[in-house]
Ligand binder design. Structure first.
Ligand SMILES: NC(=O)c1ccc[n+]([C@@H]2O[C@H](COP(=O)([O-])OP(=O)(O)OC[C@H]3O[C@@H](n4cnc5c(N)ncnc54)[C@H](OP(=O)(O)O)[C@@H]3O)[C@@H](O)[C@H]2O)c1
Length: 420
């Protein structure tokens, strides 16, 4: 039996979840792997908050050096969240030759290059399965069993909070603000929900998945990002009538000479595998040249599911003779600022002769053809809702049309991309 000595940075939801899993399941893990996991120290902000609880007082510390500078601690597990001091603590651990296991997509995405460089320099391991998709083994899948593939596309529901909100909006016909308030009351959305609802969290995750899957660095600032705050119950209902389900998607595509990386709400055909991924579940759909298509689905958050991925990483960090280091090309592909997809354009327009022809003419002028059109609430002389679904069209051309449409005649109320 080999002992593996761990230091935890942070003892919140995830740190606490790892403590619990090691305590309740460590014996079984030991039988299966021959490794005895021992948490020697856990960094907290205030010992008084945690003292007298399940974690013995001698394990708690407020001094990071008790973990980062202790030669007995082999693996540092980071669950502080946020960019700093998490990133600099991880860097110091790696510098000291300790492997790092983290669940922190933000610090990882923003400091991926320096962390990988330090790990390479000292030979320490850097493991981050829990940073994307919680319990879903997407990071390992891309890096190991699927390595003999050119991954052409990835499309993920990687944020449980927004998927929960959109699922309830669809099921109840409820508006975004009302469901958000309820999700906050239930503890499923943060008091400040911006990281989730504005798509930041999904963008960090796409930056990590994309960098690994396309072997080319995808910086988060190059990920196009739009959240769910402008989605209405009306959009969801009309989309459903036309055979679509709305999701917040993290989309990555390798187009050969460039990469597409975008996070935004999107309609999917109701029979798409991602369309039935509801509530707070996560899923990632991949297309690779040899495995073709595949979808991994599961719990993307929560203390126990996330701890499951973390303990898996700890075992890998403790057993790998050589720590894996993802290959990334030196001449990173550019991240495209234009792409082709289909568009759902919802507008209010005067119910008068010539209006349809004007809109269709402007779309045609940009080479955009319409595949479906729906008109609702027509009342002569009044306003009707018009919905156009286009064929494949360039993003920039659609934006130009939307900007140029005469507001006296029609007001565009929402534009939502349609994926397949
Ligand atoms: N929650 C999930 O389901 C989930 C899933 C996947 C990944 N993650 C990632 O896991 C990480 C941790 O998330 P979490 O939900 O566990 O957050 P959390 O509950 O807020 O825990 C973070 C803990 O770190 C402590 N902390 C913060 N800064 C510190 C410092 N400088 N020194 C010592 N302690 C410090 C906080 O103490 P106080 O409590 O005193 O502020 C808190 O207890 C984040 O990167 C998150 O993105 C979370």
């Amino acid at each position: 039996m080999k002992e593996v000595v761990l230091g935890l940075l942070g003892l919140g939801n995830i740190g606490g979840g790892v403590w619990d899993l090691v305590r309740t399941f460590g014996g079984e893990v030991e039988k299966r792997t021959g490794l005895k996991l021992r948490i020697k120290k856990a960094l907290v902000l205030d010992v008084k908050v945690h003292g007298g609880k399940e974690v013995p007082d001698e394990v708690l510390t407020t001094d990071r050096n008790d973990i980062l500078e202790d030669p007995e601690i082999q693996i540092v597990c980071e669950f502080l969240g946020g960019e700093q001091p998490a990133a600099s603590m991880m860097l110091r651990a790696l510098e000291n030759g300790k492997s790092v296991v983290t669940a922190n997509k933000m610090a990882l995405s923003l400091h991926f290059d320096e962390l990988r460089a330090m790990a390479k320099k000292t030979g320490a391991g850097l493991y981050y399965e829990a940073s994307v998709g919680g319990a879903i083994p997407i990071i390992n899948a891309i890096q190991s069993p699927l390595i003999a593939n050119h991954i052409e596309q990835m499309m993920g529901i990687v944020n449980g909070t927004t998927n929960y909100i959109l699922t309830r909006m669809a099921a109840e016909g409820a508006e975004y603000e009302d469901v958000l308030k309820d999700a906050q009351r239930l503890g499923l959305a943060e008091p400040n929900p911006a990281a989730d609802v504005e798509g930041f969290d999904a963008a960090y995750k796409l930056s990590i998945m994309g960098s690994l899957g396309f072997h080319s660095r995808v910086f988060v600032e190059n990920v196009y990002r739009e959240g769910i705050t402008n989605v209405t119950a009306e959009d969801i209902a009309y989309g459903r009538e036309m055979g679509y389900v709305l999701k917040l998607l993290a989309i990555g595509k390798d187009n050969g000479d460039s990469i597409e990386a975008r996070v935004h709400p999107a309609f999917l055909p109701a029979d798409h595998p991602l369309a039935r991924v509801d509530g707070s579940l996560n899923a990632v759909y991949l297309y690779g040249h040899s495995f073709k298509d595949m979808m991994l689905e599961g719990r993307g958050a929560g203390d126990a599911p996330t701890a499951s991925a973390i303990v898996g990483d700890i075992i890998q960090a403790a057993t790998n003779a050589v720590h894996p280091m993802p290959y990334m090309r030196e001449d990173a592909l550019p991240v495209a600022d234009d792409w082709q997809t289909r568009y759902f354009i919802r507008m209010k327009a005067k119910d008068a002769p010539g209006v349809l022809a004007e809109v269709a003419g402007m779309l045609a002028g940009e080479g955009i053809s319409v595949s479906t059109m729906m008109q609702k609430g027509a009342a002569p002389g009044g306003k009707a809702t018009l919905i156009f679904i286009t064929h494949l069209a360039p993003e920039k051309a659609v934006r130009r049309v939307v900007k140029a449409l005469n507001p006296e005649i029609c007001q565009v109320e929402n534009v939502i991309r349609v994926e397949s």
